[in-house]
Design a protein around this ligand. Structure first.
Ligand SMILES: [Cu+2]
Length: 172
């Protein structure tokens, strides 16, 4: 019985370690969050963004929003249609693919004049496949699909936790 308890604890530890290894949460702007007159280039400069990590934008929801844009829209501060905005004030965006990613605020001149623009480079996770083994068609890379896909990824962790709970019930 002691062995089974050890096994259960080991399984829990493995699940926690693997989910920690899967993703880093990057809180954009750290304590300042997503706001005007902040140096997001400086914030991003010394960070490593890996596939599977999360960007978390925190802000007062009636003051700002977040759009994921392409490089041209980033450069020109072109605001996409309003229905593409993240608006919750606490938006988690999972980085699903390597390469350059761009985010801007779509309120007023916050992008053009007040620095609310973030460009990052996402790199592959060395030595491990990206945590996206689901045999489902890849969503188109617009923000609503990305957040739906992020739910699937965290759903994977829920399944792993449920399996541990099941083992506890069987072996305890
Ligand atoms: Cu703003």
């Amino acid at each position: 019985m002691a062995f089974m308890q050890f096994f259960t604890i080991l399984a829990i530890v493995v699940v926690f370690l693997s989910s920690a290894a899967l993703a880093t949460d990057h809180i954009v702007g750290d304590a300042k969050g997503w706001t005007i007159n902040f140096d997001y280039d400086g914030w991003a400069k010394d960070k490593v963004f890996m596939v599977g990590d999360n960007l978390i934008f925190t802000y007062q929801k009636d003051k700002h929003n977040v759009f994921k844009v392409n490089g041209t829209a980033f450069h020109d501060c072109t605001i996409p249609p309003a229905n593409e905005a993240y608006i919750s004030g606490n938006d988690t965006i999972t980085l699903l693919t390597p390469g350059k990613k761009w985010y801007i605020c779509g309120v007023g001149k916050h992008c053009a004049d007040l620095g609310m623009r973030l460009a990052i480079n996402v790199v592959s996770r060395a030595g491990a496949p990206a945590p996206t083994p689901m045999p489902m068609p890849m969503p188109t890379p617009n923000p609503p699909s990305n957040s739906a896909f992020a739910n699937v990824v965290s759903g994977y962790q829920v399944v792993a936790a449920a399996m541990v709970a099941l083992m506890v019930m069987i072996f305890a």
